[in-house]
Design a protein around this ligand. Structure first.
Ligand code: PXL
Length: 274
C-alpha cells in the first residue's frame, strides 16, 4: 500500500482540509498520514469567527523524529497552509521522501475572485514557492490567476486564457497543472489537465448550487486515485464525479460543507478488486 502524507489544517468543524482528506484518501486504499500545521475551531469560509492555533513550531520537531526513525512517504499532498508553514513543509518534503515521491499541491487560498479571509495580497507569491516544485498543482481559476500574477476574473475565460494560465504555471515550475472551475458553456463545469504539451478537458452538468469544501474533496480524491495508478486525466474525472455526488447528497440547509461521507462507499467501490 502506498503511503501519503497530507499537510493541511485541522478545522475541527466544517468538513474541509484534513477531516476530508483523511477519509477520502483512505477510501482510495492509500495509507494517509496527517500533519496539521494549524488547528482552527472551524473554517473561515462563512463562519462568523474562529480560533487559530499556529503549529508551525511543531513542524521541525516532527520532521526530526521522522528522520530519526527513517519514516518516509510516497507522496505529499498539501492544502490550506500559511506563510509560516511553507519553509518547514519544503524541508519535510525533501527529508522524508521515498525515491520518486510525488508532490501534489492544492494552493487552497482563494475562490470567487478573492483571497480567503486571513491571507494578504503577498500570500500568493509565497504559495508559488510550494507550486514551483510540485508534480501536480490543483488551483481553481482564482488561485491560478493569483499564482500567475494576473487579475482574477469571475467568468469569461476562453480556451486561450486557460492555455495561457496553464503555460504560466508550467513556466513557474509545476509539471502538471489541473485547473478546476473551468466553464465555456454556462450549463457545464469542469477541469482542465495540462501536462505541458496538451490540455484535456472534462465537463459535468453544472449543479444549481456551489458549496464550501468541494476543492478539498476534489484534491483528496485526485491524490488518492493518482497513487492507485490512475492517469491524471482519469483521476480528475473521478474527483469531479465524487464532488458532484457529494453536492447532490448534501441537504439544502447544510451550508458549511458537503456531505462527502455519503460518497465514501462509491469511491471505495471504484477501486474494488484493484
Ligand atoms: O476548504 C479550504 C479551507 C481549508 N481550511 C480553512 C479554510 C478553508 C476555506 O475557507 O478556511 C481553515
Amino acid at each position: 500500500m502506498k503511503r501519503l502524507l497530507t499537510i493541511q489544517d485541522i478545522s475541527c468543524v466544517g468538513q474541509c482540509s484534513t477531516t476530508v482528506a483523511l477519509p477520502l484518501v483512505s477510501a482510495c486504499g492509500v495509507e494517509c498520514a496527517i500533519l496539521p500545521p494549524a488547528m482552527l475551531s472551524n473554517h473561515t469560509g462563512g463562519f462568523r469567527t474562529w480560533s487559530f492555533a499556529d503549529l508551525a513550531g511543531e513542524l521541525p520537531k516532527v520532521e526530526a523524529k521522522w528522520v530519526e526513525q527513517g519514516i518516509k512517504f510516497d507522496a505529499f499532498y498539501t492544502g490550506y497552509v500559511c506563510e509560516s508553514h511553507i519553509g518547514p513543509i519544503l524541508s519535510i518534503m525533501s527529508s522524508c521522501a521515498n525515491a520518486g515521491a510525488l508532490r501534489i499541491v492544492d494552493p487552497a487560498m482563494a475562490d470567487d475572485g478573492v483571497l480567503y479571509k486571513g491571507f494578504d495580497a503577498g500570500f500568493p507569491a509565497k504559495m508559488a514557492r510550494l507550486c514551483a516544485g510540485a508534480d501536480y498543482i490543483l488551483p481553481n481559476l482564482t488561485e491560478a490567476a493569483l499564482l500567475a500574477g494576473a487579475e482574477p476574473k469571475l467568468e469569461g475565460y476562453s480556451e486561450r486564457d486557460i492555455a495561457d494560465l496553464a503555460a504560466r504555471l508550467h513556466e513557474a515550475g509545476a509539471k502538471c497543472v489541473v485547473l478546476t472551475g473551468v466553464s465555456f458553456d454556462p450549463a457545464l463545469l469542469g477541469s482542465a489537465v495540462s501536462d505541458g504539451s496538451k490540455i484535456v478537458y472534462d465537463f459535468n452538468p453544472r449543479l444549481a448550487r456551489s458549496s464550501h469544501g468541494t476543492g478539498d474533496v476534489f484534491a483528496s480524491v485526485f491524490a488518492g486515485a493518482l497513487l492507485r495508478g490512475k492517469s491524471p486525466v482519469a483521476a480528475a474525472a473521478l474527483a469531479a464525479d465524487i464532488v458532484c455526488a457529494a453536492i447532490e447528497a448534501t441537504g439544502e440547509d447544510h451550508w458549511y460543507g458537503v456531505s462527502f461521507e455519503k460518497t465514501i462507499a462509491r469511491l471505495a467501490n471504484s477501486f474494488a478488486g484493484r
